[in-house]
Design a protein around this ligand. Structure first.
Ligand code: A3P
Length: 300
């Protein structure tokens, strides 16, 4: 099934989720060929829920070095933690898939926006760890709306906020429905807590140190003793929106190698909780709240 999404692009349905043509192709390739290793950490998320932040955090937590703070000053988080469907399983011009040797080694962290319902066979094929981050749906939608407004694909066709709210509520946005995406990983985290850790953007914002330590524990690299506390605090600071968004590499207007249609600086905007109040009207808020209650009520 195909639905017109903006003037230039349609979204395509695949197992109940919606994809742009390019992501449909790469997601199918991921589903067909990706084989996680037991040592992998998979960062899963719906777009705009804090993926970039978690990329920086997971990399820092697992590669922590008390003497080297430079990795996040020299590399965009997207380079440190590649995404399966946007960086790795895209085809190069010669038609070859880009899953190169250095990501086929132990201890890799790989990100994906693919829903659990689609990727479950691969994810359940071994004991890899999964961290899923999610965010308040209204802030997620507002972040997505700003992000896509900047995309070249929308140049002659502004995505009206009202249309965006409707499409978000109906689930017809890239990798949507958001609600099914969240529930897929949520259910898995409840039935397999040793394998899937479910984190929210809001709880990380409210108490980052506690959740950085929780992530360390889950990934088998806990922060122990006084020096552990200091390390956790240092990681919180280095990965904070204020510090990360001001790194030259992250302010760059260059485009990532993968052919992604937006520059590096587009992954950092405001980084706040509750930003939807700045642009959603009461009727829009009510509409999204209604759908959220309907979809999430049963799961608590
Ligand atoms: P806003 O558009 O609300 O500012 P993703 O990485 O999944 O694409 O999500 C992007 C959102 O996370 C953007 O939200 C971005 O500003 C925010 N973000 C990026 N880095 C962050 C950080 N270190 N701390 C908090 N939020 C961050």
């Amino acid at each position: 099934e195909k639905q017109k999404w903006c003037i230039h692009q349609s979204l395509y349905e695949f197992h109940g989720f919606w994809f742009t043509k390019a992501y449909l192709e790469t997601t199918k390739r991921v589903v067909e060929t990706f084989k996680p290793l037991p040592t992998d950490v998979i960062l899963a998320s719906f777009p705009k829920t804090g993926t970039t932040w978690l990329k920086a955090l997971l990399y820092s937590i697992t590669h922590r070095s008390p003497h080297d703070d430079t990795v996040l000053t020299l590399n965009h988080p997207q380079e440190l933690v590649p995404s399966l469907e946007t960086n790795l399983y895209v085809r190069k011009r010669d038609g070859e898939t880009l899953l190169h040797d250095d990501v086929a080694k132990k201890g890799r962290i790989l990100a994906t926006h693919a829903p659990h319902q689609i990727l479950q066979d691969a994810l359940n094929s071994c004991d890899c760890k999964i961290v899923y981050v999610t965010r308040n749906p209204k802030d997620t939608l507002v972040s997505l709306w700003h992000f896509l407004q900047k995309s070249k694909e929308f140049e002659d066709d502004p995505w009206e906020l009202e249309a965006a709210v409707d499409q978000f509520c109906n689930g017809i946005v890239p990798f949507g429905p958001y609600y099914d995406h969240v529930l897929g990983y949520r259910e898995e985290s409840l039935s397999k807590p040793h394998k899937v850790l479910f984190v929210t953007y809001e709880e990380l914002k409210e108490n980052p140190r506690v959740h950085v330590k929780r992530l360390g524990e889950f990934l088998g690299c806990p922060f122990l003793g006084e020096s552990g506390e200091e390390q956790a605090e240092k990681i919180v600071k280095l990965c904070s929106f204020e510090v990360l968004s001001n790194q030259e590499i992250n302010k760059s207007t260059e485009f990532p190698d993968s052919g992604f249609p937006l520059p590096y600086n587009s992954f950092f905007r405001r980084g706040e909780v509750g930003d939807h109040f700045s642009c959603l009207g009461d009727d829009m808020i009510q509409k999204i709240d209604g759908v959220t209650t309907l979809k999430f009520h049963a799961s608590g």
